[in-house]
Design a protein around this ligand. Sequence first.
Ligand code: AMP
Length: 478
Amino acid sequence: MIFAELGLIPELLQAVADAGYTEPTPIQQQAIPVILGGLDVMGGAQTGTGKTAGFTLPLLQRLARHANTSASPARHPVRALILAPTRELAMQVFESVTGYGRHLDLRAACIYGGVDMNAQMQELRRGVEIVIATPGRLLDHVQQKTIHFQQVEVLVLDEADRMLDMGFIPDIRRILEMLPANRQSLLFSATFSEEIRKLADRMLKNPKLIEVARRNTVSETITHVVHPVSAGMKRNLLAHLLRHQPDMQVLVFVDTKIGCGRLAHFLERNGISADAIHGDKSQQQRTETLEAFKGGRLRVLVATDVAARGLDIDELPCVINFELPHTAEDYVHRIGRTGRAGHKGRAVSLVSPEEKHWLSEIQKLIKLEIPREAVPGFDPETVSPEMDASERGHSHARRGGDARAGREGGGKGARRERIPKAAPSPMIAADGFDFSKPYEPSASLAPQEEKLPTRAAPTPPVKPQRPLAALLGGLGKK
Ligand code: AMP
């Protein structure tokens, strides 16, 4: 199928061609005609499926009918509202809206918290047809009377399950009460709980159910691997892996904000370009870091789950779980950053003996036994306990050093620490592993040049385990 068969106007077909897309993804094939037909949609789709274009393209087409070039703010009322759970996701959706709408006379604004409200107020006062917002900040603007919803024709709720996790449902209910009843509504979620079903019931009228991938399944283009390692050796192993794949951009997941900053510092001190992104950083810092990573100027981005939610980086080749997530679903979300839109991806997990339980939960959920590949010199079963204990000792000392570095703006203690480069450390030499030799990556770590024929070969549709309609208890039959 080609985009022209979906009934899109030439301005949008041009924008899609500008983006380099040759074929609509499965969710686009299903959702675009339905949304163009004016129906409400309940979409079961994860990030990476192309769902953003799936709802943005028909939304733009609807608004384009009454687009105008007038300078008067009154001629540009808010006609579409897109709600997203995080600033990063809101910004990404905004970029899609402005990218796909580049040949149309429509204005868009991105409204999120953590930054001064004044610039957003001015933008809203100038008049915008499309507002992409996080719920809390949107309500701040409602209170300030800088935004009005009387003319809203379309509402999109993106990543509803994450909205729920983040406690936004009461805010969304308040927003729903302010919107005109006569509107088109679209709800997207990767998973469907009872709460989401209730929300959908309240928000959607006779929705068309569209599901493109089984819940909690992972893209078939991703290769998974587990490297067993003791907790104290993890960062050395990470640096080792990164050093032996010098051209590869990697997103590394850690569990805590503090661990996030420390790990990025450690990598930087060892000559690997890295930065951290987590909730305690200012919006400006987060935006800059993200831009540097997306632009390829930053090689390693260390992130927590919340900060990385919805992160969309074209052709990101590899995600590394420095620590396993404690919820198996988060594994699916994390590794969904790679292997997108038909590209190959790698999901590497560094797993300590204490994390075995989480690993088995993940394997159960994704119905896959992840191959276990010991990296010589790092496998806790072959590294002698004394050596590992001594490394843990160093690692604790280093952690102390890092903490000092944090308080004192980079103390000397922290900077003295170095992991072995070319010369083997006594510990590793004792185990017979020579760092001066090039690392021989396993099949799943080897760079995978092979690409699918087009930039956007669609992810093969996966048969749903249980139909979405069954999960939703007849919602679509209203
Ligand atoms: P999403 O699931 O909306 O986050 O999109 C995932 C990625 O797929 C984004 O980087 C899009 O730019 C890309 N994408 C969306 N639609 C297509 C398409 N039809 N062909 C190629 N890439 C696409």
